[in-house]
Ligand binder design. Structure first.
Ligand code: GDD
Ligand code: MN
Length: 373
């Protein structure tokens, strides 16, 4: 008998679990196994969003995906960031319910079925797994990390509702409408995607919390570092004033102000202590401050597009060139205003402002914005 071609149509999953990963190769198999066992015969998929991890996480995910269609891999190149990875993973699914969980098994995945059941009841937009709800805990954190976390929670009150006990949680599940309604307003900066969603969604989200104990990381290392604090500050600023001022410009200006201090330090050293001419001192200081600004902006303001290796050098050259032109623009504007007799202070401020906006706009497009392979 001739074989009959069958086209089996299978509906998409009901629940999509988004897992941001950076160097989590050794956690992939264990997490998939645990998801499969706790979700039983529910309809689910897992999307790993990997930022081109050097340890080959994406490859490990694809090996599983080849055998199990519930496993998917989304690989991003030349990008970094937990929040933006989560957003892109969420956008890559059509599932009506979307969860986010870390890859390192610190989150208690056995809560997932309960979270899904809670969401299916009317009146809940999002279910948050909380370490600070009664019955929860932060596990083996040292005093410093616990303090930082409490401080971050307190600061978050500026933008998220006070009743939420764990706005810093990286483990939650929501209806897809929550994403669709807030995605254009999300900042997607840094680590705190949940706080971002709560702060962006109007009307305020109806939420439920489920307590859990934060576990010890399974394999690999934490990606949390001191720059996470900067990212968090930028997220809060973006939520508070981002409508009027681009938050990257604020970051760029803060770094610029620090650059002025570097300028004076170098000038003092070269001109005062080493007794070179003022012009030499000023030239070396300008060059030093530009290089400082470039290096710091690259790790703070443009952390998500950080340049490395040869690209770092190319970026540095384009930054110095762009800022040199910005310097002339500053001088031109300031001299013109000064010549009009409006006072030196106003002239200087106007010059600095024009130079800063120029430097910001041009380096955004040339130094960091140029498409890279
Ligand atoms: N794609 C991508 N890109 N993933 C990332 C990046 C990145 O730049 N940085 C971190 N991740 C992934 C990690 O691989 C891990 O799966 C997850 O995000 C959390 O990173 P950890 O380094 O394990 O963070 P943590 O344990 O210190 O903090 C986590 O838990 C807290 C409590 O829920 C984070 O989720 C925090 O946001 C959260 O507050
Ligand atoms: Mn972790």
């Amino acid at each position: 008998m001739a074989a009959r071609a069958t086209t089996e149509v299978r509906p998409g999953p009901e629940l999509s679990i988004v897992v941001p990963t950076f160097n989590e190769r050794d956690n992939v198999a264990v997490l998939i196994g645990r998801l499969a066992s706790c979700l039983g015969n529910r309809s689910w998929e897992v999307i790993f969003v990997d930022d081109d991890s050097p340890d080959g996480t994406a490859h490990a995910v694809r090996e599983h995906a080849a055998l199990d269609s519930r496993v998917r891999c989304l690989k991003r190149i030349g990008r970094r960031g937990l929040s933006s990875a989560c957003v892109e993973g969420m956008l890559a699914t059509s599932a009506p319910y979307i969860a986010v969980i870390d890859a390192d098994l610190q989150h208690d995945e056995t809560l997932l079925p309960q979270m899904l059941d809670a969401l299916k009841q009317d009146g809940t937009d999002i279910v948050v797994a909380s370490r600070y709800a009664p019955g929860g805990g932060v596990g083996d954190w040292d005093e410093r990390r616990a303090l930082m976390s409490r401080l971050a929670v307190r600061l978050s009150r500026l933008v998220v509702p006070g009743e939420l006990t764990d706005p810093m949680s990286g483990f939650f599940m929501m209806r897809r409408a929550v994403l669709d309604d807030s995605v254009y307003k999300l900042s997607a900066i840094g680590f705190k995607i949940l706080a971002d969603i709560f702060a962006s969604h109007r009307p305020p989200l109806r939420f439920k919390e489920l307590a859990y104990r934060f576990r010890v990381r399974h394999a690999g290392e934490s990606k949390l570092d001191s720059v996470t604090v900067w990212d968090y500050a930028m997220l809060l600023l973006d939520k508070l004033v981002g409508r009027w001022i681009p938050v990257r410009f604020i970051g760029f200006s803060i770094v610029g102000a620090a650059g002025v201090a570097v300028h004076f330090a170098v000038l003092t050293l070269v001109f005062q202590s080493l007794h070179y001419s003022f012009a030499t001192g000023q030239a070396v200081a300008t060059f030093g401050a530009m290089s400082f600004n470039y290096a710091v902006n690259n790790v703070l303001t443009y952390r998500d597009m950080r340049l490395r290796g040869v690209q770092w050098l190319r970026g540095w050259a384009s930054f110095v060139l762009a800022c040199s032109i910005g310097g002339f623009a500053n001088l031109g504007v300031a001299s013109t205003i000064f010549a009009q007799g409006r006072g030196w202070l106003l002239a200087a401020i106007a010059g600095i402002l024009v130079g800063a906006v120029w430097n910001y706009a041009v380096t955004m497009m040339t130094t960091w914005g140029r498409p890279r392979k």
